[in-house]
Ligand binder design. Structure first.
Ligand SMILES: CC(C)(COP(=O)(O)OP(=O)(O)OC[C@H]1O[C@@H](n2cnc3c(N)ncnc32)[C@H](O)[C@@H]1OP(=O)(O)O)[C@@H](O)C(=O)NCCC(=O)NCCS
Length: 170
């Protein structure tokens, strides 16, 4: 039984976050980056953590088991006046920990946080159209399909569509 904690990251988590992102980039083709594409320095990651934690319209969450990061979620609202009522998030869980409800807990926290935020009125996302696991999860927490983008991803010689999903925050 795994004992994990979901929390906002501190600057000191930067090296573990980098290790985590490199690991999940290897484990899945469902993210917007692949193996070897994440080349952020510890200093840059520390800066990102600080920036996110100081911005009331961003939310950065990690799930940790002892000293390791096992899941991560980052949400960012748009900044232009006419677009700043919505944002998008990225979410991943280390494969070993799939199916334990970690992603669902992080999304539930994001939705609760968004409801308490005066500015956020909508959460959008794009997900690879064949990522049934993620799509099921998003539907389970209330997201609805709103459209489809063809050739959203190109991985090697193959194109993959993305489904657009959204959740109104009232
Ligand atoms: C998608 C992902 C974040 C889900 O994380 P997770 O922690 O395994 O998800 P949870 O355990 O919270 O699962 C919650 C829901 O997923 C769905 N689910 C779980 N296993 C599933 C499976 N084998 N097939 C389809 N749906 C499944 C269920 O709806 C489940 O809800 P329930 O437990 O109430 O039935 C994780 O698989 C992942 O990191 N994948 C790679 C990266 C990725 O795809 N990120 C999303 C990009 S948009």
């Amino acid at each position: 039984m795994s004992e994990y904690m979901i929390r906002v990251p501190k600057k000191a988590d930067a090296p573990q976050i980098i290790d985590y992102v490199n690991l999940v980039a290897e484990e899945t083709d469902n993210l917007t980056f692949g193996q070897g594409e994440f080349s952020v320095t510890v200093e840059a990651e520390e800066h990102l953590i600080e920036q996110s934690n100081n911005d009331p319209n961003r939310l950065f969450l990690i799930a940790c088991e002892q000293d390791s990061v096992i899941a991560m979620m980052t949400f960012q609202a748009r900044t232009r006046e006419r677009l700043k009522h919505y944002g998008e998030f990225g979410l991943s869980v280390q494969k070993h920990y799939w199916g334990k409800g970690i992603a669902k807990s992080m999304l539930t926290q994001l939705i609760e946080w968004a409801k308490d935020n005066q500015q956020i009125r909508k959460i959008n996302l794009e997900v690879r159209a064949d990522n049934d696991r993620a799509i099921q999860l998003y539907k389970r927490v209330g997201f609805r399909e709103e459209g489809r983008i063809s050739r959203y991803f190109q991985i090697d010689d193959n194109f993959y569509d993305a489904i657009i999903m959204g959740l109104a925050i009232d």
